[in-house]
Design a protein around this ligand. Structure first.
Ligand code: BG6
Ligand code: MG
Length: 219
C-alpha cells in the first residue's frame, strides 16, 4: 500500500472561490462576442489554460480570429478577472481551506500547488498562504493543460516523490482526469456527479480533515 506523503492542491475552486470570477470574466467576453456561454459550458473550462479556454469559447461560437485578436481578448479577460480578484476580501479562502492546510502540515504532510493559473502566486500572496507551499507549479511553468498530468508530475518531481504517494485535490473534470492519468490519488472537490472519476469526493476542504482523507483513500 502506498504511503501518502504529500498533498498537491489545485487553487481556483479548491482553496479559493476564484472559479466564479473566471466564469464571470469569460461570460462577459462571450457576451461581447455574441457567443452563448453558461455555467454548464464553464465546467469544461475549469482547470484549462487561458489560451485553451478562449479557443473553446471561439469554437462554440464558430468564430475564427487572428492570433493578435486572441491575445487582445485574453488580455481583456484577464484584466476583468483581476479586477474581480482585487475586490475579493483577503479572507476569501474557501471555508476550512486554511485550517486544512495547517492540519496537513501538522501531520507532516508535504504541500504543493498544481494550478493552471498564471495568477496563482498573486492569489496565494493575497490570501497570505504562499509560505505553506513547498513547491508551486502554476501556469507559468507548464506547457500542457490539464487533463495532461504535467502540472502534477512537476509537483511530485519538485517534492522528489512518487505520484502514488501524493494526493491531488481538484474541482475540475480535467484536473481529476490529469491526476488519475499521472497515477496520483484523486480527491474531487465539489459535485459528486461531475467528478465521479475521482477516488474520493468531498464537498469542500472544510467538510473533512487530512486524516480522514488518508483513511478513506487507504480503503
Ligand atoms: C485554472 C482555472 O485554475 O486556471 C481556469 O480553473 C483558468 O478557469 C486557468 O482558465 C488559467 O488561469 P489564468 O489565471 O492563468 O487565466
Ligand atoms: Mg480548479
Amino acid at each position: 500500500m502506498a504511503t501518502i506523503k504529500a498533498f498537491i492542491f489545485d487553487l481556483d475552486g479548491v482553496i479559493v472561490d476564484t472559479a466564479k470570477y473566471h466564469f464571470k470574466a469569460w461570460q462577459r467576453l462571450a457576451k461581447e462576442l455574441d457567443i452563448h456561454f453558461d455555467e454548464q459550458d464553464n465546467e469544461q473550462l475549469k482547470g484549462v489554460s487561458r489560451k485553451e479556454s478562449l479557443e473553446k469559447i471561439l469554437g462554440w461560437g464558430n468564430k475564427t480570429i487572428s492570433q493578435e485578436e486572441k491575445e487582445t481578448l485574453m488580455h481583456r479577460k484577464n484584466e476583468w478577472y483581476l479586477e474581480y480578484v482585487d475586490q475579493m476580501p483577503a479572507d476569501e479562502a474557501l471555508p476550512g481551506a486554511k485550517e486544512f492546510l495547517q492540519a496537513a502540515k501538522d501531520l507532516n504532510l508535504r504541500i504543493a500547488l498544481g494550478s493552471a493559473s498564471k495568477n496563482a502566486v498573486k492569489i496565494l500572496d493575497k490570501l497570505q498562504i504562499k509560505d505553506q507551499f513547498e513547491a508551486i507549479i502554476d501556469g507559468n511553468k507548464t506547457t500542457k493543460s490539464k487533463p495532461s498530468p504535467q502540472v502534477f508530475l512537476l509537483g511530485s518531481d519538485a517534492l522528489n516523490l512518487d505520484p502514488a504517494d501524493c494526493v491531488v485535490f481538484e474541482d475540475s473534470v480535467a484536473g481529476v482526469e490529469a491526476a488519475i492519468k499521472g497515477d496520483f490519488k484523486a480527491v474531487g472537490v465539489g459535485d459528486a456527479k461531475t467528478l465521479e472519476k475521482a477516488h474520493l469526493i468531498i464537498e469542500g476542504l472544510g467538510d473533512t480533515t487530512p486524516a480522514q482523507v488518508i483513511n478513506q483513500l487507504n480503503f
